[in-house]
Design a protein around this ligand. Sequence first.
Ligand code: CUA
Length: 316
Amino acid sequence: MDSAPEDAQVIGLPQASSFAGRVDHLFDAMLLLSAVVVIGVFTTLLWFSVKYRHGSQAARTPAPSRALRVELAWTLIPLFLFVGVFAWSISLFAEMSRPPAQTVPVYVVAKQWMWTVQHTGGQREINTLHVALGQPTRLVMTSQDVIHSFYVPAFRVKQDVLPGRYTQLWFTATRAGTYDLFCAEFCGTDHARMGGSVVVLPAKDFARWLDANEGTGLAAQGEALFRRLGCSGCHDPQSGVHAPDLYDLYGSTVPLSDGTQVRADERYLHDSIMLPAKEVAAGYAPVMPTYQGRIGEDDVLALIAYLKSRHAPGSK
Ligand code: CUA
């Protein structure tokens, strides 16, 4: 360990991701804008209170019935300012919700009261997440029970983690070190203790960490499950059952029996395993049994990793 960033516990709230500085700028601008409004309103209030206090000699007549220019100014100036803040936040939000394509996902499953992390190489972690410095990290997250929220203050990112649904979060860590990870959604007795740390390693150290912790790859785990759970009994091309053979499924467009189409993304694969009656592929009978309650979210993620790796023989 040459730079030993793991031991360098960072104190305070550093800006440790590419979003951090920009979120802070937005926050500062909103704080400044609010301060200007508050100071403006209270200064006027005090000034008028003194000027028109009971018994003062200030002229009270004739009261103007309208002052178009003043009214337009106090309507339009705040309108433009606040619409500007809205546009600014929306553009930042949109960027934060769109991870760059081709980013390898890291899978996160939340459960009362811990975070489990699986990397595609089979590396598993609990309440710790190792990421590479300067490279985009994309998390695909779900919950085994109730709603949790993945929150790393130093990165200025937070995303709800929901049961029965995948949510995404991405960031590029820009400072090596160890940063706090919190659950930011009340999720039961030990909610306050549900946390851990994100360890940002320089790319070289991260590659070394991946090598040292390599396990059975997620796709290989999924393949073993695919056989053990009996999926292959129907979904192998050699099987006599009329079921989709699942080659090159991920990312493709699947026509459904109700005439609509769906993109075979992680959400679709998850639901097809857990809620198979929901979206039935066109041309097939809705005979697949549900695996809800039989396998955990970790298993579903392994199966999805396997399905993503499954290409028709000779195609790739
Ligand atoms: Cu999990 Cu709060």
